[in-house]
Design a protein around this ligand. Structure first.
Ligand SMILES: *Cc1c(COP(=O)(O)O)cnc(C)c1O
Length: 345
């Protein structure tokens, strides 16, 4: 099977498992686990922020960020297809009493103008708009990079209006490799950033929330209440440290394979890349493509792909998502292209 369902399907290598087995550990709830501490210091430094906190999932780091930035009854602005709004139930409401105010963006991008007009006036009729959440790269938009000039404008506006700015950077490592920007440059416009070690980096578990010292100390309290206090979690943090050392730069291979596959898809009759840019079909490691009606619905076409040994998820009634990752080689994507051309013949 060639598994293109997600970049979360990777399993740890024997070297990664050895790093996990040999990790120095302690009780990270009573005080601190030394390997977790090393990971937190490392990721804070990479992102150019004061502090970081390790948590079991990106959903938790995002939801703790919402809790940090918002009081009960506040609302945050976000893009309609973002993970926080689309794939985390309505945890901001059920856990924190916060409302989402989603806006439909273009390829994952919101404009400053949209945010300015959506922000509610400061009076007793309206919810307080205390946070903006962005996502980079944007998953549902097909791993798209954000328009950085707009991000900088949004950041300046948030700062001068006392609105918090959180980044869901589950795939910030992909963004860094694709744009050749440093993680510090990519984190600078934001107050808090969530990154996932369990996506393209290929660690089995975990995310970090990164920001200034005081809010991250407060995040430690929320993590405990959300059920994220873990004891000898250095075993997991060791895998993330290993992933940062060995699996970061190589994300460029995933991007090259995604681009190769996107090119093959664009040249297959009946298939079409969703929202390609004028100069490149995909930005990073996610390939979203539409299936012509004569080939069946996307779920039907995905079922045929699965039967032919290519695991994938339909993304909508008409589109399918492929994600390249650590276990996917050029030979694999060539095989996928062969299967696609057979199914479309
Ligand atoms: C995967 C992902 C997350 C976090 O997911 P978890 O499964 O909770 O770790 C957050 N945001 C985006 C964009 C993601 O793709």
């Amino acid at each position: 099977m060639i598994d293109l369902r997600s970049d979360t399907v990777t399993v740890p290598s024997s070297e990664m498992r050895r790093a996990m087995a040999e990790a120095a550990v302690g009780d990270d709830v009573i005080d601190i686990d030394p390997t977790v501490q090393r990971l937190q210091e490392r990721i804070a430094e990479l992102l150019g922020k004061e502090a970081a906190i390790y948590m079991p999932s990106g959903t938790m780091t995002n939801q703790v960020a919402v809790r940090l930035h918002c009081h009960r009854g506040d609302e945050f602005l976000c893009e309609y297809g973002c993970h926080i709004f689309t794939y985390e139930q309505a945890a901001f409401a059920s856990m924190s009493g916060v409302a989402a105010h989603p806006l439909v963006g273009s390829c994952g991008n919101l404009t400053l103008e949209q945010l300015v007009s959506a922000r509610r006036p400061d009076n007793e009729h309206a919810a307080r708009t205390t946070l903006v959440c962005l996502e980079h790269t944007h998953n549902r938009a097909g791993g798209k990079l954000l328009d950085w000039d707009e991000v900088l404008k949004i950041s300046a506006w948030c700062r001068s209006n006392s609105v918090g700015l959180h980044l869901d950077g589950a795939r910030l490592f992909n963004a860094a490799v694709a744009t050749q920007a440093t993680l510090t440059e990519l984190a600078r416009p934001f107050d808090t950033v969530s990154v996932c070690f369990s996506k393209g980096l290929g660690a089995p578990v975990g995310s970090a929330l990164v920001g200034s010292r005081a809010p991250i100390a407060e995040a430690r309290r929320h993590r405990k209440a959300f059920g994220g206090g873990m004891r000898q979690s250095g075993i997991l943090a060791a895998a993330a440290l290993y992933a940062l050392d060995h699996n970061f730069e190589r994300l460029s291979e995933d991007h090259a394979n995604a681009l190769w596959l996107a090119d093959a898809i664009q040249n297959t009759p009946g298939l079409q890349i969703v929202d390609p840019r004028p100069d490149r079909l995909v930005d990073t490691n996610i390939v979203l493509f539409a299936v012509a009606a004569k080939l069946g619905s996307a779920p039907e076409f995905a079922a045929k792909l699965n039967a032919a040994g290519v695991r994938c998820f339909p993304f909508s009634a008409t589109s399918i998502r492929f994600v390249t990752h650590l276990h996917i080689t050029r030979t694999h994507v060539e095989e996928v292209a062969r299967v696609l051309s057979q199914l479309c013949a």
